[in-house]
Design a protein around this ligand. Sequence first.
Ligand code: FEO
Length: 184
Amino acid sequence: MDHYFCIIGKEYRVMLNEKTAKLLNTQINKELYSAYLYLHFANYYVEQGLNGFANWYQVQAQEERDHALLMVQYLQNNDAKVTFEAVAQPDAVLKENMDPLKAGLAHEQYVTSLIHTIYEAAYAAKDFRTMQFLDWFVKEQGEEEKNATDLIKKMELFGNDEKGLYLLDQELAARVYAAPSLTL
Ligand code: FEO
């Protein structure tokens, strides 16, 4: 039981580093905001009649909720307190079909920077357990940025043509939700 230690005959779990636990708690709110933002994008596309794009972002919102719940579970598994704060109103202004895609990439790049900041704090504190937990998120952010970039490229190639846009919408309609590969 290398993650336990004894004090006066009692077993206590080794607490997570306080700073990394706090950053993770804040990140829960950021992940829930991400879900909210992507539902905002989905709403925009529903209004445009692009239900495939809407589906893609609805699935993305489910993934973001999963990210938040994984962090909740990780903190609770380690006896750290979870505190929820208000989720902000999505602030992206959407006027054209490309706008959510570009806002999505910028948002994922921002989230990557947040995950890296938590990783840096865990590294500095020798919080190896949190580093190992965050490894999955570091990889996930690489995938999310690639997905967002690919969408922009496809939109640039096909989005200005009505038939191309229709086919792209059909393609995005096929995305289905899959539970995260990370289990705790
Ligand atoms: Fe949970 Fe898209 O980052």
